[in-house]
Design a protein around this ligand. Structure first.
Ligand SMILES: *[C@@H]1O[C@H](CO)[C@@H](O)[C@H](O)[C@H]1NC(C)=O
Ligand SMILES: *[C@@H]1O[C@H](CO)[C@@H](O)[C@H](O)[C@H]1NC(C)=O
Length: 990
């Protein structure tokens, strides 16, 4: 939902909803690098280092300080801070983990020991923030005790580690660098360009008032034109020649009228990380640009600004930009033919990342003669530890798996949440909700969830209802429940500061809100006007939050009510960059600056846990949607890409954005279908539904000033086409749920870009407008342009590809594009040969009503050896019983030579250890009703029956064979198969 415009409106009027969206994001409301002191300083430092041929990084490992033990190397880095050779001590730990991941942590001794003085009588913590790990990391930290020193002398130390000791870390002492190698060749280098920079603590020298220095305040830039064209590249701005040590922003900094008191002075961390021989880097969502990240230091087609990670309520965001958005995942992957490596920068403070591509190294002597393109990245965070995980692949799947081991994987979702969600700001009354519910049925449009934005509350007091428009929330909830549907209501972290609101009274009396720099409760503006913010970093605050969701506390909520957490960056309309002052204080007296990017996750997590304790004994998977997120948020819910616009280019941008979430460990994602702001033309709305049917999270949403656009209002032919897209989504729900299971098990994305599925095919590395769904072999390329009747789809391999709807066989076109007809009624969707996937073909009103429906299995016969395989995972979709084995996971294998399809347990050695619960017993009996074999052999012509064998019993089922037609594959349909989904069986076509 909504955004910063109220920063101003909210202060003027009492939050009038009258608002005309037409202007793009006010770019000047958000910092550019040169307006962020530490970013500017680190960029200047980089310019100086890279422009000085004799540059030597002033960081050296203290002779004799190092020791290696049990998979861990510890030493002290000395940073030389002046000409006279004075140094500061920076403890270094390099940990080699059993997973093959390495971790490099650098702290600062003085701050660690608290031997610093804070200015302004601040009560903030003195250490560098060292608790990011506590929120983010859930596993994978076991040290690899078989890691061993392979070579050591006075200048360096080499450690061999990882699977079969294929990995190696060559640690050089002077200057300090690390070269991470795989099979003997360099992959990732730290400080190779000499940009390591840890701003050490120093006391402020109070000088007599000097003559006014340039850059005294950080706001000397003249204001930019307020209305920049959204797509226009920012012009190169004339800059002052940077000083290497620009002190002007060490002690305080002002932006947009807000002054940050910076009681700890300068404390940024910066490091260059080079990906040797890698041309593509991906990840670090959320941004609106292409999946393959751009260079950021200017030049043709490149950005001028670094990618920024500083969660913010960015109003009407612009496209193709490195600007920050609502969430941040500082995980980057580099890829070249047949090799993927990555880094995870564990730091929750404001972070900027510069990317350049060029020669392998700045120092030609340090390498051989080859000069492939490498990608150099420069990571800059405002505060905290330097804490980086290094993943050496070699496949994209290895990276997502190792990253998932560290930060956790996607939670198994509520099954309903994979259905369609109908949202708008706002459904105005309970009658309105019930009416939409009835109309969706009338027009035969399946959906699972209807949503309530902020207006359902009694004057923006969460956990209450507007008595006039929502007099009977339970009646509304019950109507929805009668068709298995759900309600999602919004609950935000800002608590209205008003009398007679028990929630705020408790928040205050229990002292559970975020504090300001003076240590009293922080007050700011958001939807309700004056508000306080729950501090979900504190255990008592989280516990209290749980009490608010109990059914008898949040009256009007019921078992089918779930929650949407918005505005949790947090959005503070009158705060700097629409968020909290950085010198605010959280639980444990940590400054907001240290943990800003974690804020949204801790709040969503508090809601997640609250929903697990609404009623004693009720053990159900929560559904919580979040706008703000960080690494680890995937464990507690879904995200959406925020306030987009009803425009074709926003539809286009949504696909790389969702793909980027997927490869970055948080695949349960989607964009607002139709576009939040504005009014989509009907063709755009229809195309958006077709694309949205392939987002892992599929929700239509609209701004309060946009016209009503429930899909049945579109009129013909649009409504029919939209209904077909919705039904396609519903029929494929078994395949989607199975893809979520894979994501849950090993961190794989739910929709996958070409580089991920085909890491050897260079031509696919930059593609981000087509994708595979899970392991189904379904290859989709949604139409995202107006008036398109065909799309060109890139074919990544020599497999057979069939049109999903017509079974037409595509010409063999490995590495080429093929034109597919894509009239309005059609979603370009292919089936890759070699896969089997499950569907439920009977149209129903909601996913809950499909629960016991029979399955259809689709076999897309592969080219070589005519084999195909796939799987189906199913559990009760609601409880945690799957954790104790209450699930069915089948593997289907079609063998063309033997002309046989078999179903076997996908989990080896599971046996009969599990005592089957009620759900499991009933589910086992659900049938496989139809089997469709696409690409069936011609020899099946004339066949009328197949033999089915299950549990020692054999029977015949009817089969209809259709021979190949003009361009169309032969196919066979077995009807009334009669096999059970939970049993081993064989269908013999011979
Ligand atoms: C800090 O506290 C001392 C003693 O209470 C007071 O005299 C001084 O003015 C305070 N300084 C600031 C910057 O608030
Ligand atoms: C989530 O909440 C639980 C329960 O309060 C807590 O133990 C955990 O640390 C929290 N994690 C995050 C990421 O906020």
């Amino acid at each position: 939902m909504p955004a910063a415009w109220t920063a101003y409106l909210g202060l003027l009027s009492a939050l009038s909803a009258a608002f005309a969206p037409a202007v793009a994001v006010k770019e000047h409301d958000f910092k550019k690098c040169h307006q962020s002191g530490f970013c500017q300083r680190n960029r200047a430092f980089a310019d100086h280092a890279l422009g000085t041929s004799s540059w030597e990084s002033p960081y050296n490992i203290a002779p004799g300080s190092g020791s290696f033990k049990d998979g861990q190397y510890q030493a002290v880095i000395l940073k030389t801070i002046n000409e006279s050779g004075e140094t500061v001590r920076l403890p270094l730990t390099v940990s080699f983990l059993e997973s093959g991941t390495a971790r490099v942590t650098v702290d600062e001794e003085k701050r660690q020991k608290g031997e610093i003085e804070l200015r302004h009588n601040s009560t903030a913590r003195k250490e560098r923030y060292n608790e990011a790990e506590q929120w983010v990391i859930v596993g994978g930290l076991t040290l690899d005790t078989s890691a061993k020193v392979d070579y050591e002398d006075k200048t360096q130390l080499n450690v061999k580690y990882g699977p079969s000791s294929k990995f190696e870390a060559a640690i050089k002492f002077s200057p300090f660098t690390i070269d991470f190698k795989r099979d003997g060749s360099s992959q990732i280098k730290f400080n190779d360009q000499g940009l390591l920079n840890m701003e050490h603590w120093r006391p402020k020298i109070e000088l007599p008032e000097p003559e006014k220095k340039e850059g005294e305040s950080n706001e000397e830039e003249p204001k930019e034109e307020p209305k920049e064209e959204p797509k226009e590249e920012p012009k190169e701005e004339p800059r002052e020649k940077p000083k290497v040590e620009d002190e002007s922003t060490w002690w305080d900094e002002t932006f947009g009228g807000n002054t940050d008191s910076k009681p700890r002075g300068p404390e940024s961390v910066g490091l260059d990380i080079s990906f040797v021989g890698y041309e593509h880097v991906y990840g670090i969502p959320s941004h609106t640009g292409p999946l393959s990240l751009k260079q950021t230091r200017g030049g043709d087609g490149n950005y001028q600004e670094p990618y920024r990670l500083y969660n913010a309520d960015v109003f009407e965001y612009i496209l193709d930009s490195p600007m920050t958005l609502y969430g941040a995942i500082p995980f980057m992957q580099a890829h070249r033919k047949d090799s993927s490596v990555g880094v995870f920068w564990l730091n929750a403070a404001e972070t900027w990342i510069d990317i350049t591509k060029g020669k392998e190294s700045r120092n030609p002597l340090s390498l051989g003669v080859k000069s492939k393109t490498s990608t150099h990245t420069h990571w800059i965070s405002e505060s905290g530890l330097l804490d980086v995980f290094v993943l050496l692949g070699p496949t994209p799947k290895d990276l997502t798996a190792k990253y998932g081991e560290l930060t956790g994987t996607t939670a198994m979702p509520q099954e309903f949440s994979l259905g369609y969600h109908q949202c708008r700001w706002n459904y105005v009354s309970d009658e309105d909700v019930k009416d939409v519910d009835r109309k969706m049925d009338k027009f035969k449009m399946p959906y699972d969830v209807i949503w309530l934005d902020i207006e359902y509350t009694d004057e923006k007091q969460y956990f209450t209802w507007d008595k006039h428009s929502f007099p009977d929330p339970i009646g509304m909830g019950k109507q929805l429940d009668s068709h298995g549907r759900k309600l999602v209501t919004i609950i935000d972290p800002h608590i209205k500061n008003v009398d007679n609101y028990p929630v705020v009274a408790e928040l205050k009396s229990k002292d559970l809100a975020v504090h300001n720099k003076e240590g009293s409760i922080f007050e700011g503006w958001c939807w309700p006007g004056s508000s306080y913010w729950i501090d979900a970093f504190g255990p008592a605050a989280r516990e209290w939050w749980s009490t608010l969701f109990k059914y008898d506390a949040f009256k009007g909520s019921m078992e089918n009510t779930w929650i949407w957490n918005d505005m949790n960056e947090p959005s503070v309309f009158n705060g700097p960059e629409t968020t909290m002052p950085k010198d605010n204080l959280h639980y444990g007296n940590w400054e907001h600056r240290d943990l800003h990017n974690l804020n949204g996750m801790t709040f969503q997590n508090a809601t997640f846990h609250a929903l697990t304790s609404r009623k004693p004994g009720e053990l159900r998977r929560p559904f919580v949607l979040t706008r703000s997120f960080f690494a680890g948020s995937q464990r507690v819910g879904a995200m959406w890409t925020g306030d987009n616009q009803a425009a074709w280019d926003h539809l286009q941008a949504s696909i790389p954005m969702v793909l980027s979430q997927g490869i970055s460990g948080f695949p349960f994602s989607g964009a607002d279908v139709g576009g939040f702001f504005g009014n989509p033309e009907k063709e755009l709305l229809t195309r958006w539904y077709q694309a949205g049917a392939f987002y892992p999270f599929f929700r239509g949403h609209a701004h309060i000033d946009s016209r009503r656009r429930e899909p049945y209002l579109a009129g013909e032919p649009y409504s029919t086409v939209i209904a077909a897209a919705l039904r396609l989504r519903y029929s494929l729900l078994p395949a989607w749920y199975t893809a979520f299971r894979h994501a849950h098990l090993d961190g794989t994305p739910i929709i996958k870009p070409m580089f991920y599925t085909h890491p050897s095919e260079d031509a696919g590395f930059a593609l981000d407008d087509q994708f595979f769904v899970g392991t189904t072999g379904l290859l989709a390329k949604p139409v995202t342009e107006k008036d398109k009747a065909t799309v060109d789809i890139w074919i990544p391999d020599a497999e057979t590809y069939y049109d999903y709807f017509t079974y037409d066989v595509l010409p063999t076109a490995k590495g080429k594009t093929v034109a597919l007809a894509a009239p309005l009624s059609k979603i370009p969707l292919l089936m890759r040969g070699g896969h089997v996937f499950a569907r439920r073909d009977r149209p129903r009103r909601s996913s809950a009503l499909m629960r016991w429906d029979d399955y259809t299995l689709v076999v897309a016969v592969g080219k070589e050896a005519k084999v195909a395989q796939g799987d189906l995972y199913v559990d009760d979709g609601d409880s945690f019983d799957f954790e104790t084995g209450q699930y069915i996971h089948r593997r289907f294998v079609f063998d063309g030579a033997a002309q046989r399809l078999v179903s076997v347990d996908a989990v080896e050695g599971r046996g009969e250890v599990v005592a089957e619960g009620e759900w499991m017993k009933k589910m086992r009996e659900v049938g496989v009703d139809r089997i469709v074999v696409v690409g069936a052999p011609a020899s099946w012509a004339g066949k009328t029956t197949v033999a089915v064998e299950q549990a020692g019993r054999t029977w015949e089922a009817r089969v209809e064979f259709t021979p190949a037609g003009k361009g169309r594959a032969a196919f066979a349909v077995v009807k009334k198969v009669g096999a059970r989904i939970g049993a081993d069986w064989t269908v013999d076509f011979a």
